[in-house]
Design a protein around this ligand. Sequence first.
Ligand code: BEZ
Length: 217
Amino acid sequence: MCSHVRIGDQAPDFTAETTQGKIRFHEWIGNNWCVFFSHPKNFTPVCTTELGYAAKMKKEFDKRKTKIIALSIGTVEDHKHWIPDINLSQNTTVEYPLIGDKDKKIASLYGMVHPNESETTTVRTVFIIDPNKKIRLMIAYPASTGRNFDELLRVIDALQLTDDQKVATPVNWHHGAECIILPSITDPNEIKELFPQGYREVLPYLRYTQVHEKSLS
Ligand code: BEZ
């Protein structure tokens, strides 16, 4: 996969045909976050489970003001034929759009086609894009390995928290767990003001605190 885009870049904008009509990507994201993921091919087992699980998680994404959209090379008509299989086998209803990228324009823009692999399949990639249309996460997976969509929710929680407060999240952090005070904050008065609840210091540069997080119920 050629890397055309990098973490921190502006996500390239595009117009696309989708199973829910024509969209302009940035306009469609609007003031929301977005999970944009490609999967190798329609009518394949791993992809069927992934798209079904993503559909089941839609409510969790909604709580985080996050829209989801999938892409594979092929026509919207083909995607529409596949959706009933996903719905039936995964016991769900796909309510998010699938992009039909038959001429690979969007896949090429995002570096989703491996130059030495099949020209008709996309790599299993995932991007998290913020409301400013900046790419905040990108991961590529092997074709034979289904993604962990719960991990994407965890990263969105972490990004939304660390955008709001002067903290970072430690290994395996999850919503509600202790986070880390940014090492750049060293002034004791500022620490007191920002973290009146206190903190525990393990190392001078590793200080844990419990912050108030938005409710996800
Ligand atoms: C799948 O989604 O099942 C799949 C796609 C490409 C290669 C292997 C598995």
